[in-house]
Design a protein around this ligand. Sequence first.
Ligand code: DX5
Ligand code: ZN
Length: 228
Amino acid sequence: MLIAPSMLCADFASLRRDVQQLAAAGADWLHFDVMDGHFVANLTHGPLVLKAVRQDADLTFDAHLMVEKPEQYVGEFAEAGADFITVHIEATSAPHRVLRHIRELGKRPAVSLNPATPTSAVEYLLGEVDMVLVMSVDPGFAGQRFIAAVLPKIERLKCAAADAGADVLVQVDGGVNADTVGRVTAAGADVIVSGSGIFAHPRGYAAAIAELRQRAATETPNCSLRAR
Ligand code: DX5
Ligand code: ZN
């Protein structure tokens, strides 16, 4: 399991320090939540902020675009140094085209789906993406409660990718912490995003990350055994 702290919970006045501390604490990726005030009811940062700290950690930089018309911005995020660029299926009328564009830019394309969106909305894209991001809260804010009803979607997507022979990571984002990580990983998550679970941990980043690893499930879904 890979751990991607959500930089939404970082101290923006000391972003470089947080980036360096998270790298030292054992984070695998850094997850940047980009919000436009339209697709979600919150505003965060754009590509310049990601670019400003890109050289401060030798980790995978993961840009989660919660913006309308992401096709207008993927070029800037590629230029800023994002490794993965995730667009929401609900935010574009041309998902296939924007995912292809991300690949052409030399970056790793990913598609995300909100809790209300069925897995069937993205299954046709499994051959185009390196990752599917399953939202486990309504996007827009950190610190929300995990929606357990999305757990079957994680397993369904993991197994749909296996059936299609597609090498696709499943990432889960929203309310993932020491209490929920076991169920999320048992359902098949490869990458977990955690905001408050890491930043609000009483014993600091390294302890939070170690605890997440320790509580991750060791058994993952056996897709060949499941009912079809
Ligand atoms: C929500 C964001 C998440 C979120 C994670 O829109 O995509 O990355 O901030 O924070 P927690 O782990 O606190 O839910
Ligand atoms: Zn996110």
